[in-house]
Design a protein around this ligand. Sequence first.
Ligand SMILES: [Fe+2]
Ligand SMILES: [Fe+2]
Length: 430
Amino acid sequence: MADTATKQATAQRQAVDSVSYQDLYRRWENGNWKSTELDFSQDYTHWHETFSDLERSAALWNYSMFFHGEDSVTDNLSPYIDAAPREEQKYFLATQQVDEARHAVFFGRFMKEVVERGQDIGSSLHATQPHLTWGFRKTFEYLDKVADGLRKDRSKPNFAAAITMYHLVVEATLAQPGQHFIEGYLEKRGILPGFYQGMKNVSKDEQRHIGFGVKCLSDLVREDPDCKYAVADLLREVLPMSVGVFVPPNWDRRYVEVFGSTIEEVYLQGMQSFESKMRAAGLPLEELPGAPPLPITLTPAERVERALTMLQAGFIGEKTGPPSRDPQKVALLFDLISRSVDTSATPNGAAAIQWDFKDAEPWFLRIDNGSTHTEPGRLERPDITLRCAFEDWVDITAGREDPRIAMLKGKLRPRGSIRMLMRMPRLFGR
Ligand SMILES: [Fe+2]
Ligand SMILES: [Fe+2]
C-alpha cells in the first residue's frame, strides 16, 4: 500500500517536472479565446423560459460566486508577479492575470446580458453580492490578506504559502469542482450554449493555472525547506473558512440537487483534487509539519461527511446560533480534536487535557506515545484543565474566537502545568 502510494507520488512528481514554464506559456498563446464574442442570445431564452424558479435561484447563487471569485483573483495576482523569483514564472503569471480578467468579463457579460443584473462590472458585482456565502466572503478576504502580505514579504516561504492559497485552495479545490459540476449539467441538458462554451474555455485556462501552481510550489519546496511550514500554517488557517464556501442558503440541498449532483459529490471532488495536487507538489498532507490541517487519518469521503456534519452542527463555519449538543455530534467534534492535535508538541509524546465545561458534560484528551484518545468523563490528574462554556470552546475550535482573547475576557480559564500551557498553541495548531 505504502509502496503504491510512493510510486504514485514519484510518478506525479515526474509529471510535474516534465512540464516547463515555457510549455505552460505556449499553451496560453495557443489557447486564447474571446469572451466578448460569445453569443448569449439562446442563453437569454433558456435562462428566462427553460429554467424553473428554483433552477434560476440556484444558478444565480453559484454563478455569482464564480463572478466575484474571478474579479478577486484578477485584482490579487499583481503581487504574485512581483514576488515570483524567476522570469519565466513572472511571465506566466502575467498571462494568468489576463486570463482572470477575461473570466471576470465573461461572467460580467452573462450577469448583465442574460441575468439582467447591473450595467457594468461594478454594478453587476454589487447586484450579485447578496448571494455570496459566509465561507466565500471569509476565504476571499483571506486571499486579499495573503496578496497584501506578499507585497511586504516576497520570501520563498511566503510566496509558497500564497501560491497554495491561490492556485491550490481557490483554483484546484474550490473553482475546479464547481466548473465540472456546472459544465456537467449544461452539457447533459444542452442549455445555455454561450455560457457552456465560456465555461469550457475557463476550465481549460484554470487547468493551466493549477498546473503552474503545482509546478511552482514543487520548485519552491525543493529550493527552501521552510516553505512547508508556511504552507501548513496557511492551510490550518484557511481550510476552516473555505469548507463553508459551497453551503447553500439555509442548507437547501435542492440548490445543488436540482442540477443532478449532491453536495457531497462536489465536496469530494474538491477534497480529492486538493489532496492530489498537494502530493504532486511534493507536500503530501500527511507529511506537513505540525497539527494536520485536515483529519488525514480519514478517507476523503469520510472527511467530507464529517465536514458537512460539523458545518451543520455549527462546530465549524458560519455561526448561525448555538452549536448542536447532540451527544453523537459532540463526540465527532472531540474525535476531530483528537485527530488534529500535533502530538509532537507534547513533552515525551504524552499529555492529558481535561475540558471542564460549565454547561455540558466533561471530556478529556489523552496523548500517549504519540497516539490520541478522547472520551467523555474526568481524568484524575490532567496536565491541563480548560474551564469554559461549551459554546465558547466551539467558537475557539472553529476559529471564531482567538483563544488568547477568550482568556483575557475570562471565557476560557486554563489551569495546570505552565510548561504544557505554553505548548497549547502548537498542540492545537493555533
Ligand atoms: Fe479564472
Ligand atoms: Fe485561474
